[in-house]
Design a protein around this ligand. Structure first.
Ligand SMILES: *Cc1c(COP(=O)(O)O)cnc(C)c1O
Length: 392
């Protein structure tokens, strides 16, 4: 019988060394040795899949991290990078080149937006943005003869909008275009894009997979043939994850399901309470029935995740006053941490956008993003409610 995900996250692991250690050790070594010239020749020729050569290529801690990630996401193979952005960038440029075109959802992470609009054009790669609420016809209309990839994230950051994964996979398959989903917000315990036919799953492992705000890392997961292109690109350009970060993240996978359930429980409780609060215009959370894509979220997500956004009465200045009144929770830009984090996107992460761009990205002036941590929901709610009252 195939094992359950919680078991795979713990039991998929490297072969033990001669010491029979229970917990996988960290392989802090830049290179690996060979018994003789012939073994070394075979390793360099790629004839021995198990041979390690150099930690810029892969390393045993990298292997364990990728094996766990593939077992959970249901993908064939993968590559682990130093950051989430290295994963997003390499997942595109490993197969997309000069003269090609990318279709992307407009509401993607800020640095992904910069890659698509400022970096790819320098290499002759064009793009078309599609609205997060676009219909299947609108996605199809954006695909051109030279389109190589469709890229998006769902739920989106910070608006927690939902895109239909089954529909995107259908568009990609029909037009022979690779589909690539940044699954950072959901993790494989929240949603598995590959189950809906998505080809490539990328991650910022820095967020929920680490889950404690310690290390950065990224994952590119997909079909073996595609990952071969990623390996060719990454082996020579060097965005590989460090053994220390790979070791930390492989361990973090072991507790991800328990943590993600608690993040999701706290976030739902917070969203339900805020919906009744008269200081708030609107609350957005995938598993609140008032979410415009509640049915779709319920169909493709197993848990609603840890991010809640809400719009305060009083706009931009109220947003900043609210942040100033926070006592226990953290004011920082990260998310997916064991500590609850509050941010005011309009004055921080999205402050460089024009008013029109902010509107297009659906960032309201009084919007607050809460990344619900693992503290007691009683204390999370108490801090947010006192800050709401004190910022009136
Ligand atoms: C943070 C984030 C990234 C970038 O990840 P880093 O590890 O910070 O490079 C990419 N996508 C999403 C959705 C993110 O939240």
């Amino acid at each position: 019988m195939e094992k359950q995900d919680a078991t795979k996250a713990i039991r998929v692991r490297n072969q033990k060394t001669q010491y029979n250690e229970h917990s996988t050790p960290m392989f802090l070594t830049s290179s690996f040795t060979f018994e003789n010239a012939e073994d070394m020749r075979a390793a360099f020729a790629g004839e021995d899949d198990d041979a390690y050569i150099y930690s810029r290529f892969i390393n045993p801690n990298f292997r364990e991290l990728i094996d766990k990630a593939c077992a959970l996401e249901g993908t064939e193979d993968g590559y682990a990078t130093a950051t989430g952005m290295a994963a997003v960038y390499a997942s595109i440029v490993s197969v997309v080149g000069h003269g090609d075109h990318v279709v992307s959802c407009r509401n993607v992470f800020g640095s992904s937006h910069t890659i698509i609009t400022k970096i790819l054009p320098r290499f002759g790669i064009t793009h078309t943005f599609v609205d997060v609420n676009a219909s299947e016809e609108e996605w199809i209309a954006a695909v051109q003869d030279n389109t190589k990839m469709i890229f998006l994230e769902t739920p989106t950051n910070p608006g927690v909008e939902i895109v239909d994964l089954e529909m995107i996979a259908r568009v990609g398959k029909k037009h022979g275009v690779l589909t690539n989903v940044d699954n950072c917000f959901a993790t494989p315990f929240g949603q598995k894009p590959a189950e809906f036919g998505i080809d490539i799953v990328t991650h910022s492992a820095t967020k929920y997979i680490d889950g404690q705000g310690r290390v950065l890392g990224g994952l590119i997961l997909g079909p073996k043939t595609y990952i071969e292109d990623v390996i060719t690109y990454c082996r020579s350009t060097g965005p590989t994850i460090s053994p220390f970060n790979a070791w930390t993240l492989a361990k973090s996978f072991e507790t991800l399901e328990v943590r993600y359930e608690r993040h999701s429980y706290n976030a739902l409780k917070l969203a339900e309470a805020l919906e009744k609060n008269s200081e708030i215009e609107h609350v957005k959370y995938p598993f609140l029935p008032s979410h415009p894509h509640y049915n779709l979220a319920k169909k493709q997500m197993m848990l609603g995740g840890g991010i809640v956004t809400f719009e305060l009465k009083g706009g931009f200045s109220r947003g900043k006053r609210f942040i100033d009144q926070i006592e226990t929770l953290s004011i920082t830009a990260n998310l997916g941490d064991s500590r609850t984090i509050v941010t005011h996107p309009a004055s921080t992460t999205h402050s460089k956008l024009s008013d029109d761009e902010r509107k297009e990205a659906r960032i309201h002036p009084g919007m607050i993003r809460v990344s619900c941590g693992l503290e007691s929901i009683i204390d999370i709610l108490a801090d947010i409610e006192q800050a709401l009252n004190a910022s009136k």
